[in-house]
Design a protein around this ligand. Structure first.
Ligand SMILES: Nc1ncnc2c1ncn2[C@@H]1O[C@H](COP(=O)(O)OP(=O)(O)OP(=O)(O)O)[C@@H](O)[C@H]1O
Ligand SMILES: [Mg+2]
Length: 319
């Protein structure tokens, strides 16, 4: 990682992003996409696109890698990425548990679960001593993809946890018994850096940061990295950034390409080679209550999330 990520970003803030010159550093034209550089085509991030290996078949499942899908900025694709990355990982034979850690319950809705009709939710798991993962978990329509659903009740937990002993470690404690059953547990965080998100970061081995390719996203990510560092120092030394993911990417806009170039300049290899393009298919999947891999199985969006799954597995060889 660059030693001066935020200086780089703030220079961009003051001067160049809005009025970016036309000669940008990332050439994503069709010609560039096929032009070989070191024998490989240039990807959307301006670097040669690696060929990710086909994921190995697993002989047995677990222990899970816990990943927090986190960005305090709203509407950047956290929930969409949680659902679709999770679904793609199951296509490669991984067992995946998705945790809806947002009182909006969007993850649950996106998988066809009505949050108002669930008996028990993540709230009960956090607050009731006798409640276990198996009392709350639901199977989705995708084989190998399970969900811990949430609804508005979870908003009370943010307040009630304040008086708990070891209040930052509650989620880690309740998820621990489920780790043996899954290869990945992905936590869909709410758009805030409050106590629930700190619980997710404390439980996690890695963080994936989905971000829209627009200027304010750069500022937001600096604040998030600061929080991640604090959690690393004080609560969870194993925590690492698995990757920053460009979502809603539109290669036709200079602004989008420039923001992605700045991101790579600042965070280097931490930026996923895969970027997710902007397409109306994603809002459509939410209405349908299923991942894009089953809703539009051969679409560009499904292809991108499969590629992201391969990239994630290449970065976490043990999984
Ligand atoms: N690549 C994409 N192209 C177009 N629309 C997208 C894309 N990814 C997500 N969306 C849409 O953008 C909206 C916000 O996405 P999503 O709910 O995943 O973001 P979020 O970060 O989880 O939001 P929140 O912070 O509110 O939890 C949704 O309507 C979703 O369908
Ligand atoms: Mg969300």
């Amino acid at each position: 990682m660059s030693t001066q990520p935020f200086e780089t970003l703030s220079v961009a803030a003051g001067t160049s992003v809005e009025d970016a010159p036309l000669e940008v550093s990332v050439d994503t034209s069709a010609a560039a996409a096929t032009a070989p550089t070191s024998g490989r085509p240039i990807g959307p991030t301006g670097r040669p696109m690696p060929v990710f290996p086909e994921p190995a078949t697993l002989e047995k499942h677990g222990p899970a890698r816990i990943v927090a899908m986190c960005n305090q900025k709203g509407g950047v694709g956290k929930t969409t990425t949680t659902i679709n990355l999770g679904a793609c990982l199951t296509e490669y034979g991984r067992r995946v548990l998705l945790v809806d850690f947002d009182p909006q319950g969007s993850l649950s809705v996106g998988l066809g679960i009505n949050p108002n009709e669930i008996d028990r939710s993540v709230y009960n798991l956090l607050m009731d001593r006798d409640c276990k993962v198996e009392d709350v978990v639901l199977k989705s329509n995708i084989p190998g993809l399970d969900v811990l659903p949430s609804n508005i009740d979870l908003s009370a937990a943010e307040v009630q946890l304040v008086t708990e002993v070891a209040r930052e470690q509650v989620l880690a404690r309740v998820l621990a018994p489920a780790m043996a059953d899954y290869d990945f547990i992905i936590i869909d965080c709410q758009p805030s850096l409050g106590l629930l998100t700190v619980n997710a970061l404390t439980a996690a081995h890695g963080v994936i940061v989905p971000m829209e390719c627009e200027f304010f996203a750069l500022r937001g990510v600096a604040m998030l990295v600061e929080t991640i560092q604090k959690v690393q120092e004080r609560l969870n030394p194993v925590l690492e950034i698995d990757g920053l993911l460009a979502t809603m990417y539109d290669s036709r806009t200079v602004h989008c390409r420039e923001v992605l170039a700045r991101l790579v300049e600042a965070f280097e290899d931490k930026v996923f080679h895969t970027a997710i393009s902007r397409t109306v298919r994603f809002p459509e999947t939410t209405v349908a209550g299923e991942p894009i891999t089953t809703f539009a199985t051969s679409s560009g969006g499904a292809y991108s999330y499969r590629q992201l799954a391969k990239e994630v597995l290449a970065r976490c060889p043990a999984q």
